[in-house]
Design a binder for this molecule. Structure first.
Ligand code: FES
Length: 184
């Protein structure tokens, strides 16, 4: 027999697998299949192990998305036309937040039972703004942003007007609807 001819069911290695398939051809295919199977199993295991952790991390975020009404005092506390600083406990604060759970708002009475309320925090980086009654402006002490009385931006780096709370009067109490406040 010439040296270039192959015997049926044989290859260069001379080994033959079951069913006449040579191990030289089958091994790379089997190895690739087993490697992919291993990767798929590993991925599934990682997802299964990570789900409780992801749930633990995300659950407070979903819980905190809820809106909640908080009382900031009786209607009589607010004189018509005045802009008054109120403080209240953030209902979404974590139990260990301590004093940082305190937040505030600027509330203005514009009618018998009509109020508007501005979020305390500057839309730039969140510093608390103060109301200047003489100039009727909100001033941010951090980087100089200035807001008009209606909360729109008058000057400074603030990219957005002051956010507002929804306000209602309930059983003689002024209530704000708190929610997560986006800061740029
Ligand atoms: S935080 Fe108010 S101007 Fe920057």
């Amino acid at each position: 027999m010439k040296s270039g001819n192959k015997m049926p069911g044989n290859n260069m290695t001379g080994r033959s697998g079951p069913g006449g398939q040579t191990s030289g051809e089958a091994d790379p295919v089997r190895r690739r299949f087993l490697a992919r199977l291993g990767m798929a199993a590993g991925t599934l295991l990682a997802i299964a192990a990570g789900l409780p952790v992801i749930g633990y991390i995300l659950e407070p975020a979903f819980r905190r998305m809820q809106r909640q009404w908080v009382s900031v005092g009786p209607v009589d506390r607010f004189a018509a036309g005045d802009t008054v600083l109120v403080s209240f406990e953030n209902p979404r604060a974590l139990p260990w937040a301590g004093v940082t759970a305190k937040t505030g708002a600027w509330v203005r009475r514009v009618g018998d039972t009509n109020f508007i309320a501005f979020v305390l925090n500057c839309s730039h980086l969140g510093c608390p703004v103060r109301w200047e009654p003489s100039s009727k402006l909100f001033i941010c002490p951090c980087h100089g942003s200035v807001y008009y009385a209606d909360g729109t931006v008058a000057a400074g780096p603030a990219p957005l007007p002051l956010q507002r709370f929804h306000v209602r009067v309930n059983n003689g109490q002024v209530e704000l609807e708190t929610r997560p406040i986006p800061i740029t």
